[in-house]
Design a protein around this ligand. Sequence first.
Ligand code: AVI
Length: 319
Amino acid sequence: MMLEPFLANEHHAAPDGDFLDAVLHGLSLPKKSLPSRFLYDARGSDLFEHITELPEYYPTRTEIGLLKSQASEIGAALPSRAVVVEFGSGSSRKTELLLAALDRPAAYVPIDISAAALYPAARRIAQSFPDVDVYPVLGGFHDLERMRLPLGDSRLVGFFPGSTIGNFSQLAAVEFLLSARRLLGPGAVFLLGVDLQKPLDILLPAYNDADGVTAAFNLNLLARINRDLQGTFDLDAFEHAAIYNERYQRIEMHLRSLAAQSAGVAGRTFCFAAGETIHTENSHKYTPEVFERLARDGGWEVSQVFVDENRLFSVQLLA
Ligand code: AVI
């Protein structure tokens, strides 16, 4: 049954002013950078979906493989009659696998900032699982403090697949885990996808695929500035770059200026030296030990870790 939509912190639904402020600020910094959440407009979300199907991009298929092959172990580790709360639920593709693994799940609460993704996915889940009550929540997960889940004292299971936690700085990841702990309440458990460290010959192509889909995804940020903020970026004068930062143990995506040039945004002009970059995304890769410490700082203990046979990706159960 799909229940009436529940609106939480609507103001987090990325108003246009938010994008303009972030771009003007990020391009004024000594090291230019833009928040990765702006990669996901309608075109960016389509390109990301395409990325998840690329042969080089191992995380999605490995995580789906884990949720399928270890479904009975995962189901056995989670409570019966659970209420599943998914953060940044998007298309809810992996949710069906989790709900199918659970013993008589009671309800599903998808939380997403995009109404266009949230409601169709909520309707699909409600149809596929008629015994599960579905409460879609329109809101961002950056400010979980203000959310109140209308669920009484059910046993909650947080779900955050995809290794999106890797896109947060370690500080932001800890803050997110602490907020999730408060939102989900005592007795809750949290199932998260966490990408693992691995050799660079696997990692680098995953973020720089042969067909150039990741490059298009990254460059779409400049196209979006041109579209939405009267930008004048010459897209042919920038290239996609994905590098591994050893110190911070993360993939970084950048947009590199191929020449000395300038570009306008909403009437302001920004200058670029040849080779200068705009840093657009981090994707941290964890060892189980480092993630365990991070989880502890965020108020959780790792209780079980599910890993594929090639040790590419993990699904971590926190309690
Ligand atoms: C959404 N997130 C987990 C992806 C990642 O792997 O960090 C985003 C992405 N960026 C480039 N390719 C995929």
